[in-house]
Design a protein around this ligand. Structure first.
Ligand code: SF4
Length: 148
C-alpha cells in the first residue's frame, strides 16, 4: 500500500481546479498496488480552486523549522494550512502503516528534490515540499510521478 498525490490519479484538487494526470503510469500501478490518494492542501483547509502558492525563501524543511513562509500569489500567508495538511497526511500514513509516498513533482506540498523558488515564474530550486519534508522526517520514502 502506498500514498499518492490525489491529483496524479485525476482527482481535480489542484490549485486551478484541475488535476495533474499526465500519464497512465500511476493508474497502471493500481493493478498491482493499493494507492491511497491524498491532497495535503485540501486536508490543510485550503479551498479548490485557490490562488497559486509557493514557499518563499526556503524549502519544506525550512517551513517545518519555522524559518520561512508559504505565501499565495496575492501575498496571503498560508503557512499554517500547509503544515496542518502535512500533519494530517502523516496521520493517514500512520493509520495505514504506509512506507512510501508518490508525490506530485515540484509542488510546494508534495514535491520531492525540486520545488518552485517562490517567484511564481516556474523557476526551480533544490528542496522538498512541506508534506514531503515531514514524511521524510518520519522515515517515509518519497518519489514522484517522474520516477514511475
Ligand atoms: S497538494 Fe499535492 S495532491 Fe494536492 S493538488 Fe497539490 S500536488 Fe496535488
Amino acid at each position: 500500500m502506498k500514498l499518492i498525490s490525489a491529483c496524479l490519479l485525476g482527482i481535480k484538487c489542484a490549485w486551478d481546479g484541475q488535476d495533474n494526470y499526465k500519464s497512465d503510469k500511476a493508474i497502471e500501478l493500481l493493478n498491482s498496488e493499493t494507492l491511497i490518494p491524498v491532497c495535503p492542501e485540501q486536508l490543510g483547509g485550503l479551498k479548490t480552486p485557490r490562488a497559486p502558492q509557493e514557499i518563499q525563501g526556503g524549502t519544506g524543511e525550512d517551513i517545518l523549522d519555522g524559518k520561512c513562509k508559504v505565501l499565495n500569489i496575492d501575498g496571503e500567508d498560508v503557512t499554517q494550512k500547509f503544515i496542518t495538511g502535512a500533519e494530517e497526511t502523516l496521520k493517514i500514513v500512520r493509520l495505514f502503516h504506509i512506507e512510501e509516498f508518490i508525490g506530485k513533482s515540484k509542488s510546494p506540498s508534495c514535491g520531492c528534490w525540486q520545488i518552485y523558488d517562490g517567484t511564481f515564474s516556474r523557476k526551480l530550486i533544490d528542496g522538498d515540499g512541506v508534506t514531503t519534508a515531514l514524511l521524510k522526517r518520519n522515515g517515509i520514502s518519497v518519489i514522484t510521478e517522474e520516477d514511475l
